[in-house]
Design a protein around this ligand. Structure first.
Ligand code: SF4
Length: 477
């Protein structure tokens, strides 16, 4: 997170494709551009053409790759990755796809999620003599797989066995030699879906990639599904999996693009329903609803509809301030919010305004926006938030680890209101969120709201269900 955007960052977006043509890299490139919202720090592509060839770099997809790079990456099968990274100087080493050798050929991996027992697995592999180049859990995954391939001498068996040792969230696309696999963890925490364009078969974090590539969305991967993609079609097996999934609620609230369909729900529809639930939960006398652009748009639409109030563009976003840029001598970070958002005085002056956004993590940006709207002459400012208070860290792929920085950490809603400064503050309830998503609470992860997680996390509570490893075969490393 930076000082201008209070939203947590996703770690990754992934894509994989196999076709009869040997220029699959161009579809992967466009796929990554569509998934850019899932990670802006690094991008990478790996294709197979006799051997695996990869290129990755720091920056946005179009900054890392030019047309010549994409042309050079010849191959009929490949994978791609965009990442948000926090590792500073070592960030390029941590960019993906990660490539490693195995007796079944080179392996390239693109991972979205987070492995809770990565340290334990890393130590077990180090005891076996494996060396690590990066500090990432994704490298643990790729070395673990290479280890299993050596042990079992059978790729399909190795895939089943190595996933049985992973605890946490993982959507993976993998090249093993020239074979392409896609794997979704047994609780399907992170999204992964499959689409087709003639004889080209594609997997992607989000269905919106298929729209862009002119492909047809076929379906989401099922919890615990291992899918092999070939030019003839797909072949799937299932890992042992619990009865309930644990889809990350935040994918619908904020992360995924509104035009993606995620596990059967159009993200835009869910956000509008969130806004409707919010209006029913927290009505207030006002003159207008204003969305915080762009994250609060669909939620505000639903709120305004139920409240019977006009939806007014009282805040205008500067579309060209994509990433933080503050002059080195500029210590007053308020300039950042002013660069990014402007409050339209002629629309807001003397009005009672309901500001709607998707979520509050630290609250620093919301406090500044409330000040901005008041500064533009609003008579009252009411804040409505489409996600219940975030009180606990995420251990499954979202950069929300510092509990003490959360606005809602050990504070009541009234105490948060006092810190942020609006006249009233209302958060959507957990039942309201569950109704809006339209899946049972038992099929959602709400760990950062409740502090109860779907997997065993050291030092945290686990939600009442059988531990995932009780569904799995023996835990050998
Ligand atoms: S803890 Fe929160 S952000 Fe993390 S996977 Fe669960 S719902 Fe998503």
């Amino acid at each position: 997170m930076d000082g201008l955007d209070d939203h947590p960052r996703h770690h990754c977006g992934i894509v994989g494709a196999i076709a009869r043509r040997n220029d699959v890299a161009s579809d992967l490139f466009y796929g990554l551009r569509v998934l850019q919202h899932r990670g802006q720090e690094s991008a990478g592509l790996a294709v197979h053409n006799g051997q695996i060839q990869a290129k990755k770099g720091m920056g946005l997809v179009h900054e890392v790759f030019d047309g010549e790079d994409v042309d050079r990456l010849k191959g009929h099968v490949g994978i791609g990755h965009v990442r948000y990274s926090t590792e500073g100087a070592s960030a390029l080493e941590n960019a993906q796809p990660i490539v490693a050798s195995s007796i079944a050929g080179d392996i390239a991996l693109a991972h979205n999620g987070e492995i809770v027992n990565a340290l334990e697995l890393r130590r077990a592999l180090q005891r076996k003599g494996w060396a690590f180049i990066t500090g990432t859990d994704s490298e643990v995954i790729v070395r673990l797989l290479a280890n299993e391939i050596i042990r079992t001498r059978d790729v399909n068996q190795a895939l089943r066995e190595f996933t049985s040792k992973l605890v946490g969230s993982y959507s993976l696309v993998l090249l093993v030699g020239e074979r392409l696999f896609a794997i979704r963890d047994p609780m399907a925490v992170r999204p992964l879906c499959y689409g087709r364009k003639d004889s080209e078969h594609i997997v992607s974090s989000e269905s919106v990639v298929f729209d862009t590539l002119g492909a047809k969305f076929i379906r989401d991967l099922r919890p615990g599904e291992i899918m092999e993609l070939t030019t003839e079609g797909v072949h799937s097996t299932r890992l042992p999996h619990p009865t309930n999934a644990a889809h990350c609620m935040f994918e619908w609230v904020y992360f995924s693009r509104p035009d993606s369909v995620l596990d059967g729900r159009l993200v835009y529809d869910v956000r509008v329903k969130i806004g409707r639930e919010l209006a029913a939960d927290h009505p207030v006398e006002a003159d207008m609803v204003v969305a915080i652009p762009d994250s609060g748009r669909a939620h505000a639409f639903g709120y305004a509809e139920v409240a019977g109030l006009p939806l007014v563009e009282g805040l205008i976003k500067n579309r060209y301030i994509e990433r933080t840029f503050i002059l080195p001598n500029q210590t007053d970070r308020d300039v950042g919010v002013h660069l990014k958002l402007n409050a339209v005085r002629s629309l807001l002056q003397g009005k009672r305004v309901i500001l709607v956004d998707d979520s509050i993590v630290r609250g620093t940006t919301m406090k500044k926006i409330v000040g901005l709207v008041r500064g533009a002459g609003a008579r009252e400012v009411h804040v409505r938030i489409g996600c219940p208070p975030i009180r606990a860290p995420c251990y499954m792929g979202i950069d929300m680890k510092t509990r003490h920085k959360f606005a809602a950490n050990q504070r009541t809603v009234e105490e948060i209101r006092e810190r942020l400064g609006p006249d009233s503050l209302g958060y959507l309830s957990i039942p309201g969120l569950v109704r809006a998503i339209g899946k049972g609470e038992a099929d959602l992860c709400t760990g950062c709201l409740t502090g109860e997680y779907p997997v065993q996390v050291p030092g945290e509570r686990m939600r009442p269900q059988r531990r995932l490893d009780l569904y799995l075969p023996s835990q050998r490393t």
